[in-house]
Structures are given as C-alpha cells and as structure tokens.
Design a protein around this ligand. Structure first.
Ligand code: PEP
Ligand code: MN
Length: 278
C-alpha cells in the first residue's frame, strides 16, 4: 500500500488532463499533448518581456513563464520585480492570448497573483512547504509542483497529495533535477522519474531542462530525452541576451537556439505520439 492515495493510478486510472482557457485559446497539459512553456527566468522589464513573449508566441510556445518572486540562494541577488511585475505579465497575457505561469513563494502573495497568473508554480525549495501546499489545495487554479532539490519520488507525490487532498486536482509535476555528488551540472536530471511518475500517478509530468542542467548547451538534448521518455512537455528559460540576464543566464537559450530546439522537439513529439498544440 502506498502512502499516497489520491494522486495514484490505483485511485484514478485515467490520465488527468488540465485545460487552461483563462487567457484565450485553450491549452492542454497531460497525456497525448506536448506543451512547451518558455520565457525568462525572471521578468526584468516590461519592454524586454513583451518583445520576448511575442517572439515566443510566434515560435509556437503554448505557455509563457516569468519569475516575479524569485527564490535566490544569496539575499544580495536580484529577487524579481515582485508585485510590480504582475501587471506586466497581465499585459503580455492580453497581447499574446497565451496563459502565463509564475512562482508563488509565500501564500501572502496569493491575492496579488490570483487574477492575472494562470498557473501558480511551487518552486523546488518550497516543495515541502506544507502550509503553502494546503492553501493552494483550496483554490481552483492549476499548480505546477516542482520536485524538491533532494526529494524522493514518494516525497514529491506526497506533496502533490497535500494539494489534491485539499480539493485541487489541477496539478502538474515538474522534474527539475536533483542534487547529487556530480558538480559538473547544476543538478542531476532524473529522466527515469518520467516513466516512474507515469506509472505511479495519473498526473501530468513535464521536465525543466534549464534548472536540471544549469548549462544552455545541455538544455536541448535533455529536453529531447524528456519527450522521448514520455514527458507531457517541457519548461525552458529563454533570454534575448543571456550574458546580461539578471538570473540564470548560463542556462538560458537565445531565441535562435530556442527555435532550433523547438524544431527537434516537434519531431520527437510526433514519434512519442504527442500532439503539439496549435
Ligand atoms: C524557476 O523555475 O524559476 C525556479 C526557481 O526553479 P526551481 O524551483 O526548480 O529551482
Ligand atoms: Mn531560473
């Protein structure tokens, strides 16, 4: 008997497919679909974000990411535009018609984010913030739950169980690498987690090859591997000028590199029998 219940395949055999239609055209995340989420690590300015978002839309992206409240290791690093950036993401959502995702670090920010952000992200460092999980369990909005820095698959599924147990079943799991003894990459990507989750749970799973590797040159190969292993999509960081990015420049793709990767992913999605949406 597993320690989790509601997230398990035994409890619900049918795959959970999440439909997001708050922005414009509906976007689906789950089995049978390939959903591409892209954008900068952090929203840095209105002009740059609008420009990048419009480019990403034309390149075929389905959901736009943008960090506003950034969990930074050092208190002296850029922590994001915070509340000030919410209206920028709202504007970009309106211009592009694409849903937007951003991280919620503190439940006190829920009111600021609720109306304008389509998917709330729980970052790796907060995967076991049980009060945050419980509160997001009470709302009717999709939640992307990243795997904790050193969380086992069972701990990750139990974190999702907290959200589901509160009544919110719109959960997307995101593998973003775990901490191991290997220092060459920022984290060690656990591709095996994808088929394991597909087997154990009905929830969608995507992979974040940016935080998983920390190196832009590894992003496309790991994204390809993720789709080939059965992931329902990927989330990647893109920046117009990665060398000048205020956070995570080393793992950010240039727009051109993103386009190259997208072409490759389209082919792999076809082989994996996953539909690229519009
Ligand atoms: C992010 O996606 O912006 C992020 C901070 O990732 P993680 O929580 O996986 O480190
Ligand atoms: Mn980042």
């Amino acid at each position: 008997m597993n320690s989790y219940k509601l997230v398990s395949r035994e409890y619900k055999e049918q795959d959970t497919i999440i439909e997001i239609n708050s922005a414009g055209k509906p976007v689906f995340i789950g089995e049978g679909y390939c959903t591409i989420i892209a954008g900068p690590c952090a929203v840095e300015s209105r002009e740059a974000y609008i420009e990048l978002a419009c480019f990403l839309k034309s390149a075929g992206v389905h959901i736009l990411r943008g960090g506003l409240f950034k969990p930074r290791t050092s208190p002296y690093s850029f922590k994001g535009l915070g509340e000030q950036g919410v209206s920028i993401m709202a504007e970009v959502r309106k211009i592009t018609g694409l849903p937007v995702i951003s991280e919620i670090m503190d439940i006190r920010d829920l009111d600021k984010l609720y109306d304008d952000i389509d998917i709330l992200q729980i970052g790796s460092r907060n995967m076991q913030n049980f009060t945050l999980l419980e509160e997001l369990g009470k709302i009717d909005k999709p939640v992307l739950l990243k795997r904790g820095l050193s969380a086992t698959i069972e701990e990750w599924l139990l974190a999702a169980e907290y959200i589901l147990n509160g009544g919110n079943s719109k959960i997307i799991l995101c593998e973003r690498g775990i901490r191991t003894f290997e220092p060459y990459t920022r984290n060690t990507v656990d591709i095996g987690a994808v088929p394991i989750i597909k087997n154990l749970s009905h929830l969608p799973i995507i992979v974040d090859p940016s935080h998983a590797t920390g190196k832009w040159k590894m992003v496309a190969p790991v994204a390809r591997a993720a789709l080939a292993a059965g992931a329902d999509g990927i989330m990647v960081e893109v920046h117009q000028d990665p060398d000048k990015a205020l956070s995570d420049g080393k793992q950010s793709l240039t727009p051109q590199n993103f386009v190259t990767m997208y072409e490759q992913l389209t082919k792999i999605a076809g082989i994996a029998e996953k539909k690229m949406q519009y």
